[in-house]
Write a protein that binds this ligand. Structure first.
Ligand SMILES: Nc1ncnc2c1ncn2[C@@H]1O[C@H](COP(=O)(O)OP(=O)(O)OP(=O)(O)O)[C@@H](O)[C@H]1O
Ligand SMILES: [Mg+2]
Ligand SMILES: [Zn+2]
Length: 275
């Protein structure tokens, strides 16, 4: 049974205080309305903190939970594991580490990592950058690494599978909203990159919606395609060769860029053929 302390009154609520349990002996009493308000505030602060923490954790976990990575060795790639074997690789590693620092500081720009040769470490460096941003950057930063060809396959697979979550809408929304995105191996989704094939209209459209949504965000692209193949070019005879993707998409993707190019490096993949 609680008893009123008629010797004290709350000025705000114009009500007498209540004694704490056993408060009649010690004289400890409180305004019940002030007390309730303080408890409500504490509770709502703790809720907001929990929501904020959950939101941060969700963003932080995007990289691990939502990335689409085909090559398992790339999942474990870090700067530490990137061992330069020549001056170009050493330079490229340092450049990549620098860019990672800038992304951590909140700088917004696009990075293109290019080589004609396969297996030189483009995906490895892209993964190293995004991992270090996810680990050392602002806790509010969400990161995602996707293999472009695999994503296009997943989207196509969802056309006649109602159960699949991997719809075009799913990927364009996800890729549009993350703060830092790696589009790995752009061009591979079109099949033979050495042919003159253009990207299918469909692929071009998906990529265009992604780049449209990312105009104020950072994107890292790795590719074997040359600048010429990406943007199109006019040859010696004056013939116009269309680029792989539509111009608008490429111009969005090519604005405000840093580039890392491998020209002298060789394939690091252990050969699987034994002859
Ligand atoms: N300098 C390096 N030190 C250690 N491992 C490396 C290095 N460069 C590449 N690798 C490893 O070699 C393999 C091939 O590298 P990676 O996948 O990054 O090449 P890539 O340039 O993306 O090739 P592709 O054009 O086929 O996509 C990966 O397992 C990667 O971890
Ligand atoms: Mg690669
Ligand atoms: Zn009060």
């Amino acid at each position: 049974m609680l008893n009123w302390d008629s010797s004290k009154k709350c000025e705000i609520h114009n009500t007498n205080f209540l004694f704490m349990p056993d408060g009649e002996e010690t004289g400890e009493s409180y305004c019940p309305i002030c007390w309730r308000d303080a408890e409500t505030k504490k509770l709502s602060e703790s809720f907001s903190r929990q929501i904020l923490d959950a939101d941060r954790a969700k963003k932080h976990n995007t990289l691990v939970k939502k990335s689409i990575i085909q090559d398992n060795t790339i999942k474990f790639a870090t700067f530490d594991k990137f061992q330069p074997t020549n001056a170009e690789e050493k330079r490229n590693k340092e450049h990549a580490m620098n860019l990672a620092r800038r992304y951590c500081d909140g700088d917004v720009f696009n990075t293109w990592i290019q080589s004609a040769e396969t297996g030189v470490g483009k995906s490895h460096l892209a993964m190293s950058i995004i991992k270090s941003v996810n680990q050392f950057g602002n806790q509010e930063t969400s990161c995602l690494f996707i293999d472009v060809a695999r994503v296009m396959e997943l989207i196509k697979g969802s056309f006649n599978n109602d159960e699949s979550i991997y719809t075009e809408e799913y990927f364009t929304t996800l890729c549009g909203e993350v703060d830092l995105l790696v589009l790995d191996d752009l061009g591979a989704e079109t099949g033979d990159i050495y042919s003159n094939k253009r990207a299918s209209e469909y692929t071009s459209n998906v990529l265009r919606s992604i780049f449209n949504a990312r105009q104020d965000k950072s994107t890292i692209v790795t590719t074997n395609l040359s600048g010429k193949r990406l943007t199109g070019y006019v040859d010696d005879k004056g013939t116009n060769h269309a680029g792989m993707y539509d111009k608008k998409m490429i111009s969005r993707a090519m604005v405000n860029i840093e580039s890392i190019v491998f020209k002298e490096s060789v394939d690091k993949r252990p050969s699987k053929v034994g002859f």
